[in-house]
Write a protein that binds this ligand. Structure first.
Ligand code: NAI
Length: 302
């Protein structure tokens, strides 16, 4: 097996001015991709704007002999998303790879969460993925090729205190992916979701200081770049990672239990009496679409 490269490929990385996104942009360029380095240059909570974040990564890529162009639009509006895609088209003429990575935090316990904290997080993480991905897919569809990555979080997959807004947005990305994978599979476009872990300004004050080196953002880069490679054939999957640990994670169903005969009403006591079987996840199963859940009900539907 040869070295994986991205020669001739054009990649957009959102929020690539620092942290994990910067790692993606640098390595994609080192391996031959032409890269759109998008970054609005905001503070951790989404305030301000600074073009130097994207510029510094572009300068580094060019100094290393690679090709890159900066874009400073916010992912959170359709106009911004369209302009990010236009930047790629104007500079490099196509799009092969999109890594939706831009993000901010507005942590608060649920009871203290303001409408603004809620809306801003949802608009950057969830709506942002829609705003950039839809115009990018229009290009990928026509060329019958594309690799897309969404950036979720274990906060969405499993929960984290003070992050109901962030967790909802991040889990929402899994919801987008689950349906999008079905809609774009015939165009040879693969879409996957990652849940990274890294020491960055986003996590520096919540992680133990001794983890700074070991949770280097670089460790998230090879998995994400593999998912963006031509070799990758998986789609609709979730991968969690950090510090050199990589694992697939998934939403699964247990076998469950069929009660009654789909004619008579079912009583709440029957749920109580079957609760252990209902909760049994000893034979977990993934599902390609919501329709496959019908297979469990088939004995009742015959
Ligand atoms: P970071 O704060 O170092 O980088 C995020 C970048 O996104 C910043 O440069 C920021 O200016 C940019 N950005 C923010 N809003 C933007 C907008 N509307 N449009 C364009 N750019 C925007 O964060 P980090 O840690 O590198 O995170 C990258 C992604 O990974 C984020 O989506 C984050 O939620 C996610 N993540 C990170 C984890 C970690 O442990 N660091 C854990 C789980 C998820």
């Amino acid at each position: 097996m040869g070295k994986i490269n991205y020669d001739g490929k054009v990649a957009i990385v959102t929020g690539a001015g620092q942290g994990i996104g910067r790692m993606y942009a640098l390595e994609l360029a080192r391996r031959g991709a032409k890269v759109v380095v998008n970054d609005l240059g905001v503070s951790r909570d989404g305030e301000g704007m600074d073009t130097s974040a994207a510029d510094s990564v572009v300068e580094q890529i060019k100094a290393d002999g690679g090709q890159a162009v900066a874009n400073y639009d916010s992912v959170a509006t359709m106009a911004g998303g369209e302009n990010i895609v236009k930047t790629a088209m104007d500079a490099f003429g196509t799009i092969d790879i999109l890594i939706n990575n831009a993000g901010i935090l507005r942590d608060k316990s649920f009871m203290k969460m303001t409408e603004q904290d809620w809306d801003l997080i949802i608009s950057v993480h969830l709506k942002g993925a829609f705003c950039v991905t839809q115009p990018a897919i229009k290009i990928m569809k026509d060329k019958n090729y594309g690799r897309i990555v969404f950036t979720a979080s274990t906060s969405g997959l499993y929960g984290n205190f003070g992050q109901t807004n962030y967790g909802a947005a991040k889990m929402g990305l899994v919801g987008i992916m689950n349906t999008l994978k079905l809609e774009i599979s015939k165009y040879n476009i693969k879409v996957n979701t990652i849940a990274p872990t890294a020491w960055s300004r986003m996590t520096a004050d919540i992680m133990p200081p001794e983890y700074e080196q070991k949770l280097n953002p670089q460790f998230n880069e090879p998995m994400t770049l593999y998912l963006c490679s031509e070799e990758n054939q998986v789609t609709g999957q979730i991968f969690a990672m950090g510090a050199g640990w990589y694992a697939k994670t998934a939403v699964v169903s247990g076998e469950g239990v069929c009660i009654g005969d789909a004619r008579r009403p079912i009583a709440v006591e029957e749920i109580r009496d079957n609760f252990d079987k209902i909760c049994d996840l000893s034979t977990p199963k993934e599902h390609d679409s919501g329709l496959s859940i019908f297979s469990y009900m088939m004995p009742l539907l015959k």
